[in-house]
Every structure is written in structure tokens, then in C-alpha cells.
Design a protein around this ligand. Sequence first.
Ligand code: ATP
Length: 138
Amino acid sequence: AQRTLVLVKPDGVRRNLSGEVLRRIEAKGYTLVALELRTADRELLAGHYAEHEGKPFYEPLVEFMLSGPVLAAVVEGHRVIEGFRSLAGTTDPTTAAPGTIRGDLGRDWGLKVQQNLVHGSDSPESAAREIGLWFPNL
Ligand code: ATP
């Protein structure tokens, strides 16, 4: 089966929504294969967000991701990469569809970076790379 990397970002952990995100993943029928609560460091985030380096939201994004612990999960299931992105909803929580994590639980706080509760890998290549970064022993 396919695997993806899911993060509950610092805003989600701070708002006590980690369990709600995991509940939705499990209710959909996906399986948790690894789970860790931890605060990232700059090196890990530089790898994770390498594609965004140089963009205007990059530095605020890294600072936000350093602002508290993140719940990192490896989730397994048939077409889970697309499936989790569908559960998460689109990047902007204001317009993310109701029924999605971002649509139901997220809002735009008017900050420099979208604090949109979760991350999910966007392709099999990204998933393999990101799982290797967050869970090198898996
Ligand atoms: P993720 O990869 O986190 O699941 P995504 O694929 O919807 O979300 P990306 O385009 O990979 O978003 O951007 C990574 C993160 O950077 C977003 O989740 C968001 O927190 C932030 N971000 C992206 N675009 C913007 C933007 N235009 N303004 C502010 N923040 C942004």
C-alpha cells in the first residue's frame, strides 16, 4: 500500500486538534504506521520545504514551523497521498471546502503564512523524501 507523511502543524497541536486529525485519518480507513510528537529544527525544515526556498512566505513558514511541537505521522493506505490531501482541503483555510480539516477547523489569521493545521505529501516522490527526513529509521 502507499504511504504519505502527515504533519499536524504547530497551530493544530496548540489548538489540541491532533486527536481530531488522527480521528479523521483513522475513520477514513487509513493506518498509522509511525507517530511522533516533536519540535523540528532548521535543518529538517530546510529539507522539508526545499522547494519553497526563496519564496516570500518561506522564512515566516520556517519560523512558524519552529514555534512549537509538530505531530508527524506516516499513514498508509490505497491512494493515501491523494486521499489525505482530499481530507485536508485546499491550502487557504478560508476557502477550503466544508467537510475538510482546513475547511471545518482552519481560518485565516491574517498572518504572513497560512497556518492551515496540516501538511500532507503531494506525490509519491515527495512522500518518500519526506518520510526519509522525518523518520530516517523507518
Ligand atoms: P502542505 O504542503 O502544507 O500540505 P499545500 O500543498 O497546500 O500544503 P504548499 O504549496 O506546499 O501548500 O505550501 C506549503 C505551506 O506554505 C502551506 O501549507 C502554507 O502553510 C504555506 N504557504 C503556501 N503558500 C502560501 C502563501 N501564498 N502565503 C502564505 N503561506 C503560504
